[in-house]
Every structure is written in structure tokens, then in C-alpha cells.
Write a protein that binds this ligand. Structure first.
Ligand code: C5J
Length: 220
């Protein structure tokens, strides 16, 4: 079985029971001029993940292994967006408001979709999620159970929000999660650093942390 050097210790996984999850690599979060940047965020902090993630996805695909992409967003009528989420944020830049790439975080809008560099191919699963975690109000659990997946290689944005929430949800459901430091990103360097430390702290309280080249070599 492949094994990678990770914190707090080696992460060993069965290729038949492991999926790569790519969280919210959406234009609204990553593209210059988009929603994330309009809030004053430095999108380069997220964009540094694109190259290593593209290499990892290519390697993962070349082995015919499962990839699950997620997108955070809501129905056009916002019926799946709780008022507590809708009413938060800058008054003119709330979910559903017009943005540079269409209505902000609304399904079907240009900004809601995954960036061109990491578009899903073939039968790769795309989960549309209304929450920060990929398990809440989605069929992710059923998909993983059906395919016998017990371990997740976790990538995407943002480290301290949707990545963390998903890893915590997955950990509570019994999945072993390896988070790849170079393939997850935060607008805030300090959150990136502490967010990763939190995952592997206390003997791996939520999971393991490694770098993508270690996974690429382990699966080839
Ligand atoms: C946020 C996410 N940060 N994908 N979404 O609102 O982390």
C-alpha cells in the first residue's frame, strides 16, 4: 500500500479505498476581479495551489482513481441559503448579488463554476454544496459508502473554512483524511499555517498533513 511522509506520522492508504477531493476551486474565490478579490482578499494566496493541484489531479487521473470536486453555492431562488448566511457580509456583495462573474455563488453562473485549469473531466463527481462542509445537505456520504472509500486526500480552498469543515465532518464519520499543504489555500497566510497545524496536532486530531509530490510519487 502507498505510504507518504506526513505529519504527525506516515499516512498509508489503500488505492482501492481512497478518493481525491477538490474543494471549491471556483472562479468566484480564485479569479482576479472576482468575488473573493472584491472583498479585499489576496487571490494569489489561493492561486498558488493551482499548479501543484493540476499536477496531482493529472497523476491521480492517470491511475484511474476517483476524484470528487465540490462547489459552494446556492439555487437561484436562494431557497437553500439560510438567512444567517445570506445576511452576513458586505451589504452590496452578498450571496446572490450581481458580481463581476454573474450572481455571487449562484449555481449556473460563470463565477460559481470551477476554474478552467481544474475543470472536471469524464465521470468525475461534482458535488454542489450549500454549506462550508461537503457532507452537509449533499449525497457525499452515500457516494463514498457506495464506492467503498475510507480515506480522502483533501485539497482545495479555503484551508480554514471549507477544507477544515469538510475534514472535521469526514473525521467524525470515520474517514482518514490527508490534507495536502501545497494544494490547500487561505487568503490569510497565518490561517493557512495555523489551520494546517490544527489538523495534525495532538497526534492527528483531525487527520494528516503532507505535500503533493509525496502522494504523486507514492501512487506511481
Ligand atoms: C468560504 C470556502 N471561505 N470554500 N468558502 O466562504 O472556503
Amino acid at each position: 500500500m502507498p505510504s507518504v511522509d506526513a505529519k504527525p506520522g506516515n499516512f498509508t492508504f489503500d488505492l482501492d479505498k481512497t478518493a481525491l477531493i477538490v474543494i471549491d476551486m471556483q472562479r468566484d474565490f480564485l479569479m482576479p476581479g472576482g468575488f473573493g478579490e472584491s472583498l479585499g482578499n489576496d487571490v494569489s494566496q489561493l492561486r498558488r495551489t493551482i499548479e501543484p493541484l493540476a499536477a496531482l489531479i493529472a497523476a491521480w487521473r492517470s491511475q484511474g482513481l476517483p476524484i470528487i470536486h465540490t462547489r459552494e453555492g446556492h439555487k437561484p431562488d436562494l431557497s437553500d441559503c439560510p438567512p444567517a448566511k445570506l445576511n452576513r457580509g458586505a451589504p452590496s456583495q452578498r450571496i446572490g448579488d450581481p458580481g463581476a462573474f454573474g450572481r455571487i455563488l449562484i449555481q449556473g453562473e460563470y463565477g460559481h463554476d470551477i476554474i478552467d485549469e481544474l475543470q472536471p473531466v469524464g465521470d468525475e463527481v461534482v458535488i454542489d454544496k450549500p454549506g462550508k462542509g461537503a457532507f452537509y445537505a449533499t449525497d457525499l456520504s452515500e457516494i463514498l459508502e457506495k464506492s467503498g472509500v475510507t480515506s480522502l486526500i483533501v485539497t482545495g480552498v479555503t484551508t480554514e473554512v471549507c477544507v477544515h469543515t469538510t475534514v472535521r465532518e469526514a473525521n467524525d464519520r470515520g474517514y482518514e483524511c490527508l490534507v495536502l499543504a501545497d494544494c490547500v489555500g487561505s487568503y490569510f497566510p497565518e490561517f493557512q499555517q495555523v489551520g494546517l497545524q490544527m489538523i495534525a496536532a495532538q497526534g492527528g486530531i483531525f487527520g494528516w498533513v503532507a505535500e503533493s509530490p509525496a502522494v504523486i510519487s507514492a501512487i506511481q
